[in-house]
Design a protein around this ligand. Structure first.
Ligand code: SF4
Length: 312
């Protein structure tokens, strides 16, 4: 029986599958949750903390990304550990050292009992190549923004089952979309499950999702090569590294504007002014808190942003 390993942010799924386990990204259930946690800063970490501590989701162990892309997870992860779930704390290197990252991945592997299925990373690499094609097709108007987002975001754990995920990808249908405004969505993903569909219905076509793009562009065949690639995971690196990457990707995609999604009580909010002064595009910053459909006031702001783009 494969062990189910919950992850709180990007932990290479290649490594977890290679250890004979199945990853489960706890964030993928949160946009559909009706939970209003009592003791919270960021709703994402507070909700998974409550769900895991109260055993509302059944898992065998937890890997918390405690250093790198999310700082709230460090405390909420400890609360889950105190509830009795075997928990490992994983840290990305701020300076991008692949040697350090390799030692971190070795510890993850030890926590999971060592490598048992060394062929899995190669299989995942093939799926990620399809993910990159999907991303390109959306930018060319061949796939809807929402369908593409739902597939790309699932690359964090590949739906906990490679065959099921391969099947899901094969069902995605091409279409012809008239792109009105080419939008890059940067920051953490929105907590609203309908966000991409709503934005597209209002004339804002998201053709780049920053974080999900990180999920598909990194891979590797073994611990060493996975470390060499994931050490360039932009969210865990200094802002100037991330900004240079964004400048290149946004130019390549010929974007008209940026939506910067921020989350209430998330430290990434503090990056907004730096992103604004370094990314030379019209930018709308929005903030979400609890999960649910996109609120009316955000829809109004999206409409106003589209009008501003069309006037410029
Ligand atoms: S929104 Fe920010 S604080 Fe919340 S889980 Fe994501 S990175 Fe962490």
């Amino acid at each position: 029986m494969q062990k189910k390993i919950a992850i709180t942010a990007l932990v290479p799924p290649e490594l977890i599958y290679a250890c004979g386990c199945k990853p489960f990204d706890v964030n993928n259930v949160i946009p559909f949750s009706k939970k209003y946690p009592r003791n919270k800063l960021c709703a994402w970490t507070a909700i998974w903390q409550e769900m895991l501590s109260k055993r509302e989701i059944k898992i065998d162990s937890l890997i918390v990304v405690a250093g790198g892309d999310c700082h709230n997870a460090l405390v909420d992860g400890q609360k889950v550990a105190m509830s009795g779930i075997p928990t490992h704390f994983f840290f990305y290197p701020f300076d991008g050292s692949s040697e350090y990252l390799e030692s971190q991945f070795q510890k993850v592997s030890d926590f999971l009992g060592g490598i048992k299925a060394p062929e899995k990373p190669e299989e995942i690499m093939e799926l990620k190549k399809i993910g990159l094609q999907i991303d390109k097709k959306r930018a060319a108007g061949k796939l809807t923004s929402g369908d593409t987002f739902r597939i790309l975001i699932s690359f964090s754990d590949l739906a906990s089952d490679l065959d099921t995920f391969r099947e899901t990808i094969s069902l995605i249908r091409e279409t012809d979309i008239k792109i009105n405004n080419r939008i890059a969505l940067i920051g953490v993903p929105p907590i609203y499950p309908d966000f991409h569909d709503v934005a597209q219905s209002l004339g804002l076509d998201v053709i780049f999702d920053e974080l999900p793009f990180e999920f598909i562009r990194h891979s590797g065949r073994d611990i060493q090569t996975i470390a060499r690639d994931y050490c360039n995971y932009t969210f865990a690196r200094p802002l100037d590294f991330r900004i240079k990457f964004l400048q290149k990707e946004l130019k390549k995609r010929n974007v008209d504007g940026i939506i910067h999604y921020t989350q209430f009580s998330c430290h990434h909010m503090l990056e907004d002014d730096i992103l604004r002064s370094n990314l030379d595009y019209p930018m709308l910053t929005i903030q979400g808190d609890l999960p649910g459909n996109t609120p009316e006031q955000i829809k109004l702001r999206l409409e106003a942003f589209r009008e501003a783009l069309e006037r410029s």
